[in-house]
Ligand binder design. Structure first.
Ligand SMILES: [Zn+2]
Ligand SMILES: [Zn+2]
Length: 136
């Protein structure tokens, strides 16, 4: 199955074939500030088959282990559509699950940084829960 993520205004799209290799919900402070909501959902795919359209700007920050996370966002509407972890997952692309706007999208396999989780947020049954991050 091929899915297409797109930003709020539609200028940036990412088409990815196949199923995500893993999906996370992340409650970390950075994801809360980055998305403006209580947690972020990301799905990781092989970057090989990904088709990206539209210009993006990037914001790079260091992760817990000092590795870079590169966030690509639409300069027109600001949606953060996709991201890379080049040192850790060099052949993969992370895509914001919300940008697929697909209620049938698979549930997250893991829940990260639970110590920052808004206490009313329910985690799906079967999702592996971590107080902080995981080593990939
Ligand atoms: Zn946009
Ligand atoms: Zn996070």
């Amino acid at each position: 199955m091929t899915r297409t993520a797109r930003c709020h205004c539609g200028a940036v799209t990412v088409e990815v074939p196949g199923e995500p290799q893993f999906t996370f919900m992340c409650h970390c402070e950075f994801c809360q500030r980055r998305t403006g909501t209580s947690y972020h959902l990301d799905a990781w795919f092989s970057s090989e088959g990904a088709i990206i359209t539209g210009e993006t700007r990037t914001y790079t920050r260091s992760g817990d282990r000092g590795d870079s996370l590169v966030f690509h966002f639409c300069p027109n509407c600001g949606s953060n559509v996709y991201f890379y972890l080049p040192a850790v997952l060099p052949d993969m692309i992370g895509v914001a699950v919300g940008c697929f706007a697909d209620p049938g999208f698979p549930a997250p396999q893991a829940s990260l940084y639970e110590y920052r989780r808004h206490r009313w947020v329910e985690v799906p049954a079967g999702t592996v829960r971590h107080e902080r991050g995981v080593t990939l």
